[in-house]
Design a protein. Structure first.
Length: 235
């Protein structure tokens, strides 16, 4: 993102004190990346890259003060100006504002999302139970829809595979493995519920096990036992 581009702009350059024209060309080039169709696409967060480079130059200046014999030769002006620092601060404020607005817009839909996930889980669960109750090639109905079981397995551990039938009694849509569908629907519902009730990060949720649930005695005896979710290492 930085020096490789600089060497492409000025082959053989041997100083990090970039000439103005090289610095400007690099800053223009880093604003764009190649799109899937080969055309240039504006790079999001390019100001973060500029600040990283400016920080690198700032570190060199600090090191030059601490150990001039080793680092003074590298201390020089950064190719990122103070005006670009101000632009970065303004961008960060607008980014934070956009994130807050997105949260306000979506927060009111979280309940709807949870309801849809729960209804979907119960629907797929009903499909699985109905499919387990019929044999290969037999039809069954759940709600207003009719399905046919396509697999030939008869043992208890079988994965029922079904397809929905249209008005002409022909299979439509994809062939569904209901064991996998039920598992996906359950975990989708569980993930949404844990996230909305705890506020943990996704990476924290992925690390949870049953060992992270603890019960303790509430200080009010009338409350009794209370479950505590422990997010390692501290929450």
């Amino acid at each position: 993102m930085f020096w490789k581009h600089v060497e492409q702009i000025a082959p053989g350059i041997d100083t990090i004190d970039l000439p103005d024209e090289v610095a400007e060309k690099w800053k223009q080039d880093v604003k764009w990346r190649p799109g899937r169709d080969g055309n240039p696409v504006a790079r999001r967060g390019v100001l973060s890259t500029l600040m990283t480079v400016r920080g690198f130059y700032g570190d060199l200046i600090q090191l030059a003060h601490e150990d001039p014999a080793r680092w003074a030769q590298w201390a020089c002006r950064a190719p990122v100006s103070e005006s670009e620092v101000k632009a970065y601060r303004k961008w960060r404020l607008s980014l934070r504002s956009a994130m807050h607005e997105r949260t306000r817009t979506r927060a009111v839909r979280v309940g709807e999302l949870a309801d849809v996930a729960e209804r979907n889980y119960h629907h797929v669960r009903a499909l699985l139970e109905a499919a387990n109750a019929v044999g290969p090639g037999e039809r069954f109905s759940v709600g207003a829809s009719t399905f046919v079981r396509l697999d030939q397995a008869t043992h208890e551990m079988a994965h029922p595979k079904v397809a929905e039938l249209d008005a002409d009694d022909r299979p439509t849509g994809d062939r569904l493995d209901l064991v996998i569908e039920e598992e996906d629907a359950f975990w989708g519902f569980a993930v949404i519920e844990v996230l909305r009730h705890t506020g943990v990060r996704v990476e924290e949720l992925l690390e949870l096990t049953q060992l992270d649930l603890h019960d303790y005695d509430h200080r009010d005896p009338a409350v009794g036992k209370v479950l505590l979710l422990h997010i390692n290492p501290s929450k």
